[in-house]
Design a protein around this ligand. Structure first.
Ligand SMILES: [Zn+2]
Length: 460
C-alpha cells in the first residue's frame, strides 16, 4: 500500500516548503517535487493545505480509576477523537493504586490499549509506591519500553509519594536514564486548605481553586527541582498552570536543573471564572492544578512562544457532569478532577495561538508534536516529516470554520468545556503509519490498529 500527498505546504518545527510526500507501507520514503504515483497508489491533493507531522499529546488519561469512579473514554473512543483532532500518538499515564504491583498495573493498562486504540500510544509509568520489590519491577518496565516515570506530589493518601519515595524514584530514574514527569502541588497544604474551607461550609466547586492557590503549585515545583538538583535527574513538570510556578521552573532552569515544562490548552483558554459558574456548573471545570486568574494566560502564551514551556498537552480526563461530577455536589473535594480536551487541543491551539499571532507555525508544531517526541524518545520516528519517519501526517485545512459542541464531539462525555468556541482550521486528512484514518472530520481508519511504541531509555 502506498500513498502520495501532492502539493501541500510542509510545516515542521524548523522548515516550511511545498513538496510531495510519498509513503510506502508505514513510512515516508520520498519527499520531492512532482512525484508521480505508481499504480495502486492512493493520491491526496493537498493544494492549499498545510502538512504537519502527526501531533503528540504527551499527557492523557483514558483508563483511569480515580476518586471513586472511572474516566469515561475507552481507548477506542479516545483514539478516534484524538485522530479526528489531528493527534496521532498519545502518552497515557499509568496510575496504579499504592497497593497495586507496578508490573500488574503496566500489564493492565497495556491490555486496555492494545487492540483497542486506533492511534499509536505509549505510557508514563506512575510511581505511587517505592520499595525494593517495586524498584525491581520499574526496572523491568523500563526494559519493556516505557522510558519515563510519573510521580504525584499531590493527592494525599491516594497517589502522592513521600520525600523518601521521591528521592528513590529520581535516583532510579537517573540510573536508568529515564525522565520523571511530576504533578507539582504540595499535598499537605492542599489537604489542610480543603479541611479549612469545608469547616467554613464552603463546599461548592467555586472553592476548589482556593484550596490549591498558585503558591501551593509553586512550592511543588520548587520542591521537585530541589530533589532533581541533588540527584542530577531529568524532570518534566506536567500541567503547569500559573506565573508563580513558571517562575520557580525558570529559576531552576537558570541554575542548571534539567527541567522541562508542559502546559495545557485548558489553562490558555479557560480561567477560574468558569469554575465559579453558578448551579454547580463550575464542576465541569474542576481539575488540578485548578484553572487560574486570567492574567496568567499571557504569561503561559509567552512562555510557550519563547520555549520556556516546551509542550502543550491536555491531561484529558473525561467525567460526565450528570452522573460523575455530581458526586461532589455537597463537597468540592469529591468532584472527580478533569477537563476533557483531547479532541480539540490542536484546533484550539492553531486558532487561538497561530491565527491570533501568539505563537508562530513552527513553535506550534514544536510544542504540540516535536518536543514531546524529542523528550520522550520518539524522535524522529514521530514528530518529524523526513525520510524514514512514520507516515503520521496531518493535512490541515486552514480555511475550515467550525464551532465546538458536545453535539458533534467524538469524546465520550456529556459536555464540552469549550462549547460554542470557534475554530479556524481542522485536519482535512490524517494518516497513521501510511493509512488514512480521518477524512473531513470523520474517522475512516481501522479501529485497534494503534501500536504500543517502545521507547529506549538513555537518550539524555
Ligand atoms: Zn494527569
Amino acid at each position: 500500500m502506498s500513498l502520495l500527498i501532492k502539493n501541500g505546504q510542509i510545516v515542521t518545527a524548523s522548515e516550511r516548503y511545498v513538496a510531495d510526500i510519498f509513503c510506502e507501507d508505514e513510512t515516508i520514503t520520498r519527499i520531492d517535487q512532482n512525484l508521480s504515483a505508481p499504480r495502486g497508489t492512493e493520491v491526496i491533493d493537498a493544494t492549499g493545505k498545510l502538512i504537519f507531522p502527526g501531533f503528540i499529546d504527551p499527557h492523557v488519561h483514558i483508563y483511569l480509576p480515580f476518586m471513586g469512579t472511572f474516566a469515561k473514554d475507552t481507548h477506542e473512543t479516545a483514539s478516534k477523537a484524538a485522530l479526528v483532532g489531528g493527534t496521532t500518538t498519545f502518552i497515557e499515564m499509568i496510575c496504579p493504586a499504592k497497593t497495586d504491583d507496578p508490573m500488574a498495573a503496566f500489564e493492565l493498562w497495556l491490555g486496555k490499549a492494545q487492540g483497542q486504540s486506533a492511534c499509536d500510544f505509549t505510557f508514563h509509568m506512575g510511581v505511587t509506591r517505592f520499595d525494593s520489590a517495586a524498584e525491581h519491577q520499574f526496572t523491568e518496565i523500563v526494559k519493556r519500553g516505557v522510558s519515563s516515570f510519573k510521580v504525584f506530589l499531590a493527592y494525599k493518601g491516594a497517589f502522592s509519594v513521600s520525600d523518601e519515595e521521591l528521592y528513590q524514584t529520581l535516583r532510579l530514574a537517573k540510573k536508568l536514564g529515564v525522565i520523571t514527569t511530576a504533578h507539582c502541588e504540595n499535598a499537605d497544604l492542599v489537604l489542610e486548605l480543603q479541611k479549612k474551607l469545608l469547616g467554613e461550609k464552603k463546599t461548592g466547586p467555586e472553592w476548589h481553586h482556593q484550596s490549591r492557590p498558585p503558591r501551593v503549585e509553586a512550592e511543588g515545583v520548587h520542591h521537585l527541582l530541589t530533589f532533581a538538583e541533588m540527584l542530577e535527574a531529568h524532570v518534566y513538570i506536567v500541567h503547569l498552570s500559573c506565573h508563580e510556578a513558571l517562575r520557580e521552573a525558570a529559576v531552576g532552569k537558570y541554575r542548571g536543573v534539567n527541567v522541562w515544562v508542559e502546559t495545557l490548552i485548558q489553562y490558555l483558554l479557560l480561567n477560574k471564572a468558569h469554575a465559579e459558574l453558578p448551579n454547580f456548573e463550575g464542576a465541569k471545570f474542576v481539575m488540578s492544578p485548578p484553572l487560574r486568574d486570567q492574567r496568567n494566560q499571557t504569561v503561559l502564551w509567552n512562555g510557550l512562544r519563547e520555549g520556556l514551556i516546551s509542550t502543550l498537552a491536555t491531561d484529558h480526563a473525561p467525567f460526565d457532569f450528570g452522573t460523575q461530577k455530581i458526586m461532589g455536589k455537597d463537597d468540592f473535594t469529591k468532584i472527580p478532577n478533569g477537563i476533557p480536551s483531547l479532541e480539540d487541543r490542536v484546533n484550539l491551539f492553531y486558532t487561538y495561538g497561530v491565527k491570533r499571532g501568539r505563537v508562530d507555525l513552527h513553535r506550534f508544531v514544536d510544542a504540540a508534536s516535536t518536543q514531546a517526541a524529542r523528550l520522550f524518545g520518539l524522535f524522529p520516528r514521530k514528530g518529524a516529516i523526513q525520510l524514514g519517519s512514520d507516515a503520521d501526517l496531518v493535512v490541515y485545512d486552514p480555511v475550515y470554520r467550525g464551532i465546538i459542541s458536545v453535539k458533534t464531539q467524538m469524546i465520550n462525555v456529556d459536555y464540552n468545556p469549550f462549547e460554542g468556541m470557534t475554530i479556524e482550521g481542522r485536519p482535512h486528512v490524517v494518516t497513521v503509519r501510511g493509512q488514512v484514518a480521518v477524512r473531513e472530520g470523520k474517522f475512516v481508519g481501522q479501529p485497534g490498529r494503534g501500536r504500543f511504541l517502545q521507547r529506549e531509555p538513555g537518550h539524555f
